[in-house]
Design a protein. Structure first.
Length: 312
């Protein structure tokens, strides 16, 4: 989870709410159904301590990447819908939602990008579509930048190419480091009760759907704190904007707006337009009536947009 807190106050309130949000959510509850018996795992030759992959369906390949501290179950409803026409690869990142973590406070995002590229090669995927939510959206953009020949198209769901741009246009990866360190320290220092309370409060600002709110809290509590801290440090200091101008991979960037306690439409329009300005041909799509988890708050509209994206 991560990237746009949906409070109606000023930018600073949204940023701090989101920083705590990123510091929190993912774990052990399934949003819809568990994977059915026909689901298979990633190719036997692919073994990674950074991610695991569940594969369902047949057809053109689509990779679904969840956000910070989220479970692959956040995509379950969409995967169940798509599997009739596509082969869907549901990624689970190590350290989140009960997935083991063995890397301490080391780097998070770049190794995941490298492992996703290895997965695409070893699984023999032909330029798959990649859909990522929040931190997963940043990961998808970085994957396309680093390995343009491997990726057919990218959909970034409520994700900016530089998270800390929400602090203001003057912020750089360098001067975001103290805030990133503070966010990471907060994750590690909280006791279990206060951490759960924080996650519950964060979930309210991040999604309207009650079931997803509950799932977010459980995913958070099942996540490894060191993994979450490492991830938030990386996310807040990773700036993909310098690589946007050279990208040739088609990108759709969905972003949320919610007049009832979420991001105002005008502010969301301005932020996404500014931060994706350098990306040639980017398709920006605002989804109203939604907070950060667009796929949960507006599932019908999200499904419609995914179908358009895959057919484009």
């Amino acid at each position: 989870m991560m990237f746009m807190s949906r409070h109606g106050g000023g930018r600073a309130l949204r940023v701090f709410a989101l920083a705590s949000a990123i510091a929190v959510g993912a774990g052990a509850i399934a949003l819809a159904t568990r994977a059915d018996a026909a689901a298979i795992q990633a190719p036997a030759a692919f073994v990674s301590d950074r991610l695991s992959v569940e594969v369902v369906g047949s057809g053109p390949d689509v990779i679904l990447i969840p956000g910070l501290a989220s479970s692959r179950e956040v995509w379950r409803a969409e995967a169940e819908r798509l599997k009739a026409t596509h082969r869907v690869h549901l990624v689970q990142l190590a350290g989140f939602a009960g997935e083991p973590w063995t890397h301490g406070d080391g780097a998070f995002v770049e190794p995941v990008v490298d492992e996703l590229a290895r997965y695409v090669r070893e699984a023999g995927l032909e330029r798959p579509a990649v859909v990522g939510h929040s931190m997963g959206g940043l990961t998808a953009v970085l994957l396309a930048q680093a390995h343009p020949g491997l990726v057919g198209r990218v959909m970034s769901v409520d994700s900016l190419p530089f998270f800390s741009a929400m602090f203001g246009p003057q912020v750089t990866a360098g001067n975001a480091r103290p805030f990133a360190a503070q966010a990471a320290a907060g994750i590690l220092a909280a006791d279990e009760a206060s951490f759960r309370a924080q996650q519950a409060q964060t979930a309210t600002g991040m999604v309207r759907d009650p079931a997803t709110r509950e799932a977010m809290v459980e995913w958070s509590m099942a996540s490894d704190r060191q993994a979450m801290a490492a991830a938030i440090r990386d996310v807040m200091t990773t700036d993909a904007r310098p690589g946007l101008a050279a990208m040739t991979t088609p990108v759709w960037a969905l972003y949320a707006s919610d007049a009832d306690g979420g991001a105002p439409a005008a502010g969301a329009d301005a932020l996404w337009s500014r931060e994706y300005a350098a990306l040639p041909g980017v398709k920006l799509v605002r989804v109203d009536g939604s907070r950060h988890f667009i796929m949960a708050d507006q599932p019908a509209r999200f499904a419609e947009l995914v179908d358009q994206f895959l057919a484009d």
